[in-house]
Design a protein. Structure first.
Length: 183
């Protein structure tokens, strides 16, 4: 079979799978949980602006907001950049898994348990529902690497609990050291 025919067959199978697999939307509590850091940040900013308007007035609040925006403009410190990646990476990984169709037959995606900052980027621990595995996630490594805007993505399962999968999103390859090779 030629490459073109194989690709066309994969597209047809993907379209068929999308047509018969129910698209399960996340319930509201799950959406709130996924966006918890951003919601807290927006709420805190709204509270700060409200307090400033009531105590300083509108004009001084605008001046203070302009100064704050100026302080937060590039170049950003390494710590601030790492914090931004810490917030953005789970959303990018979730989107990559959705586009790569990493879900069980009920439409449930792996659940992000923890995101930690590492010298090379971020380490994400996933809990896979029944029907998904580390091998499923490893098979779409290239898609996840592109979705996370990363230099590389490494995936492995926990030795004791096969439903726990660790995904390393590598942003700085030089932080891994000279003895590490891409997998």
């Amino acid at each position: 079979m030629t490459r073109r025919n194989r690709r066309r067959e994969e597209e047809l199978l993907g379209d068929l799978e999308r047509a018969i697999t129910p698209h399960k939307r996340a319930p509201l509590p799950v959406v709130i949980w996924r966006w918890r850091y951003e919601l807290v940040l927006i709420t805190a900013l709204a509270l700060i602006v409200t307090i400033f308007v009531h105590t300083l007035g509108v004009a001084l609040t605008i001046i203070a907001a302009s100064a704050a925006i100026g302080m937060l403009s590039p170049p950003w410190s390494e710590r601030m950049t790492a914090l931004a990646w810490h917030l953005v990476t789970p959303h990018l990984l979730r989107t990559g898994m959705a586009q790569a169709r990493i879900h069980n037959r009920n439409g449930r995606q792996p659940f992000i348990v923890r995101v930690t900052r590492e010298p090379f980027g971020e380490r994400i621990r996933l809990w896979c529902p029944a029907g998904t595995s580390a091998e499923d996630i490893s098979s779409v490594r290239a898609t996840l690497r592109a979705a996370c805007w990363a230099a590389d993505v490494r995936i492995w399962r926990d030795e004791q609990h096969s439903q726990i999968v660790t995904v390393d999103v590598i942003r700085r390859r030089e932080a891994l050291g000279p003895d590490s090779e891409p997998s």
